[in-house]
Design a protein around this ligand. Structure first.
Ligand SMILES: [Zn+2]
Length: 424
């Protein structure tokens, strides 16, 4: 089959994209390909404009290898070999191996749709956030309004980054259940969306490939690649935002998707028998018992001002601490259920849940351990999201790059014809 070489090209591009600048010698070692094959693949990726290669001056190589090692070192056993390899490569006395880095001019449009804003960022294949625009709204946008807003912001931002850049796709993160196959948002309760096709109409409107995912699922993946869960194969991510609590699970190094892509809705798992009725119809859901609105109302701060929330929490006011106590208890119960189901190594908390975690320190972990089978938590760490406010955008960018990374040699984006002519 002709898929094999294309698959290797994708593997090499994915490594350069995810690890950052990396020597060609390391790529050879990580992929297990022979040197001439790696040389040919990198050459092809350079011709396609997807990566750049620079001669490894001794310092340049070491810096490149050092960053890659830092990334890989925290990664899996396989990546452990990379650190050893990098060490040998930079310690060697021969010519240093050239450093390969992903192009900042190959960009994906990363989109988050929230009840109070649509945000679009152009993110380079090297991970840099090139441009960003936020369109705030007083009321949750309809799907049609969101699609139009996204299209307008993408046009404006693309015009701003100049003709050298190439937009290869759009990734949209939505707080709701999304059928990942066709990009239909099945139910986004806070937005009020039922069965709204998003990928199709947005692709028609922009002429670009579009993929739509659940926001917390993509946040989990971003934290695994670049954040607090870097290199961790079993991870639970909870995002506390304007649209309640979303969840995402990474199991055995892969996103847990479920039959239709709806898995990981931990915000609607059961935590309180005499709890509040949730908009989903059930009683005692995590997102009603640990709600951002309740916490910011008690603290008297603006809903999306995490710095202000942290500052008020630091005052330890009794009336605020009572809300904190209830939310920590609800969160610990939800995590107990998730941990017994998934056996994660790391739990990552994003949005206001990250602020809550930093306020209460190891209390969440302690409460979780008190009600969880000991073996389940031997290696468990509960950490705030390493990507901070950018976690969902970085995840959406990964979604936007998905097709390119799967098949780098196929044309991608709107200027396919021009791209083919340029690289012919
Ligand atoms: Zn619910």
């Amino acid at each position: 089959m002709t898929e094999r070489p294309a698959g290797n090209t994708g593997r090499v591009l994915r490594l350069v994209h995810e690890l950052g600048p990396v020597t060609r010698a390391e790529l050879t070692r990580l992929t297990g390909l022979n040197r001439s094959t790696t040389l040919a693949i990198v050459g092809e990726l350079v011709e396609l404009g997807l990566v750049h290669e620079s001669e490894g001056s001794a310092t340049g190589t070491t810096a490149g290898a050092g960053r890659a090692t830092a990334g890989a070192g925290r990664a899996s056993a396989g990546a452990g070999r990379a650190s050893a390899g990098a060490g040998r490569a930079s310690a060697g006395v021969g010519r240093p191996s050239p450093v390969v880095r992903a192009s900042a001019d190959v960009v994906a449009a990363a989109v988050t749709v929230e009840v109070d804003a649509v945000t679009v960022a152009l993110v380079g294949l090297d991970g840099t956030v090139r441009e960003r625009a936020v369109e705030p709204s007083d009321a949750p946008p309809s799907a049609a309004t969101a699609i139009e807003t996204i299209a307008v912001l993408v046009e404006r931002l693309t015009a701003g980054i100049g003709p050298g850049a190439r937009l290869v796709g759009i990734g949209v993160a939505v707080p709701g259940t999304v059928h990942v196959g066709d990009g239909v948002v099945r139910y986004a309760p806070h937005l009020g969306w039922h069965d709204e096709p998003v990928a199709g109409p947005l692709a028609d409107r922009t002429g670009l490939p579009v993929r739509v995912t659940n926001d917390a699922n993509t946040g989990a993946w971003a934290e695994r690649l670049y954040g607090s869960g870097r290199g961790v194969d079993d991870l639970v991510y909870l995002n506390g935002g304007a649209s309640g609590i979303g969840g995402g699970v990474i199991s055995a190094g892969r996103p847990l998707s479920g039959a239709d892509g709806y898995a990981g809705e931990l915000g609607h798992t059961f935590v309180a028998a005499n709890g509040i009725r949730c908009h989903c119809g059930a009683v005692g859901c995590l997102e009603t018992e640990a709600s951002r609105d309740a916490l910011v109302t008690a603290a008297g701060v603006a809903p999306d001002d995490q710095a202000a929330l942290a500052a008020v929490l630091a005052e330890h006011r009794p009336e605020v601490e009572r809300v904190v106590d209830r939310q920590v208890t609800a969160l610990a119960t939800a995590l107990r259920n998730a941990i017994h189901t998934v056996n994660p190594e790391v739990v990552v908390l994003g949005g206001f849940l990250g602020v809550l975690l930093q306020h209460v320190g190891d209390r969440i972990e302690t409460e979780v351990r008190a009600q969880t089978m000991a073996a389940m938590t031997e290696r468990l760490r509960v950490l705030p999201a390493g990507l901070g406010d950018d976690v969902l955008l970085r995840g959406a960018a990964e979604t936007g790059f998905r097709d390119l990374l799967r098949a780098p040699t196929r044309p991608h984006g709107r200027d396919d014809a021009a791209g083919e002519a340029r690289t012919a």
